[in-house]
Design a protein around this ligand. Structure first.
Ligand code: CAA
Ligand code: NAD
Length: 285
């Protein structure tokens, strides 16, 4: 475990929040996880349990470690329940308004010494930090999906982030056995600045009829050795998240090369958000 951080609070119990809870609990942190939806919170804890059980069956985790790690995770029904955490990680929907509302509600309840981090995929850390009461103790800790499997975490300082905050975050991420890359606070940082235009281009390729969903994914899996085709990956990330990231790139860099593909917009408007919604470029129902 890292320095003074013993208890981690997570806000947002979707695919990322549950993955972050998983790796923190296995590393020995006490975890409090909160979501606006009680149903989602219950589902997240069941998902973590299922993923840990799979790790046990694949010999990646001892059964006793699973039991111990699960005992470290507690649901927090109210945001006020996070008052005692040393580090709060916001992992809610990729929408600046949603994140601002969470910080407004969270900060008055949070220990003044606590570090506040966001797992945003794209939004300015400086801008988010400025809406809080602690820009110097605010930082971007960007995990990759699926969190228990992916080795990388991007660390992003806002303009006001103090070195001591960065160092605590660095030690915390290292204690999870992840590799860190440091990115500057530009729209979508490093991974998504490169990955999302590729995914958006794949959606244009589909939109223009250059190839079918299967042809595009097969081409990139077998032709470029990607573990998932770009459309399968878009469904995996969530099409709402993909669209939000493209919008942040488009607005933030003011270049038409980042224009979200109209087909991506249409799918999101239809509620076809990918795997989590049961339907996206593929049908999961
Ligand atoms: N939790 C825990 N373990 C998981 C898991 C999860 N959610 N999902 C998969 N795994 C484990 C499996 O149990 C399996 O473990 P073993 O090696 O012990 O068998 C291992 O991962 C491989 O899984 P599978 O055999 O089921 O499937 P696979 O070989 O196709 O791999 C994958 C799955 C790791 C997800 C792989 O397809 C992959 O790497 N895909 C690309 C993922 C990627 O690009 N992620 C980044 C997305 S972008 C992002 O995260 C940033 C953003 O802001 C949007
Ligand atoms: P998700 O849609 O799976 O989950 C989002 C969760 O946030 C939902 O459970 C929702 O109920 C909850 N939520 C929304 N508003 C809330 C509020 N006011 N209070 C409490 N909870 C609230 O999304 P996700 O894929 O887990 O993404 C979460 C964050 O992580 C986003 O910022 C996203 O950009 C980032 N991220 C996503 C990925 C990915 O591949 N999906 C990878 C890295 C980072």
């Amino acid at each position: 475990m890292a320095g003074t951080i013993k208890t981690v609070g997570i806000i947002g119990a979707g695919q990322m929040g549950s993955g972050i809870a998983h790796v923190c609990a296995v590393a020995g942190y006490n975890v409090l996880i909160h979501d606006q939806s009680a149903e989602q919170l219950e589902k997240a804890i069941a998902t973590v349990n299922g993923n840990m059980a799979r790790q046990v069956s694949h010999g990646k985790l001892e059964e006793a470690e699973r039991v111990k790690a699960m005992a470290h995770i507690r649901p927090a029904m109210r945001m006020e329940d996070l008052s005692g955490v040393d580090l709060a990680i916001e992992a809610a929907t990729e929408d600046e308004t949603v994140k601002r509302k969470i910080f407004a509600q969270l900060c008055p309840n949070l220990n003044p010494e606590a570090i506040l981090a966001t797992n945003t995929s794209s939004i300015s850390i400086t801008r988010l930090a400025a809406t809080t009461d602690r820009p110097e103790r605010f930082i971007g800790i960007h995990f990759m999906n699926p969190v228990p499997v992916m080795k990388l975490v991007e660390l992003i300082r806002g303009i006001a982030t103090e070195n001591v905050t960065f160092e605590s975050a660095r030690q915390f991420v290292a204690s999870l056995d992840k590799t860190i890359t440091v990115a500057e606070d530009f729209p979508a940082f490093i991974v998504n600045r490169i990955l999302l235009p590729m995914i958006n281009e794949a959606i244009y390729v589909l939109y223009e009829g250059v190839g079918s969903v299967e042809a595009i994914d097969t081409a990139m899996k077998l032709g470029a050795n990607h573990p998932m085709g770009p459309l399968q990956l878009a469904d995996f990330i969530g099409l709402d998240t993909c669209l939000s990231i493209m919008q942040v790139l488009y607005d933030g860099l003011a270049d038409s090369k980042y224009r979200p593909c109209p087909l991506l917009v249409k799918y999101v408007e239809a509620g076809w958000l990918g795997r989590k919604a049961g339907r996206g470029f593929y049908d999961y129902r």
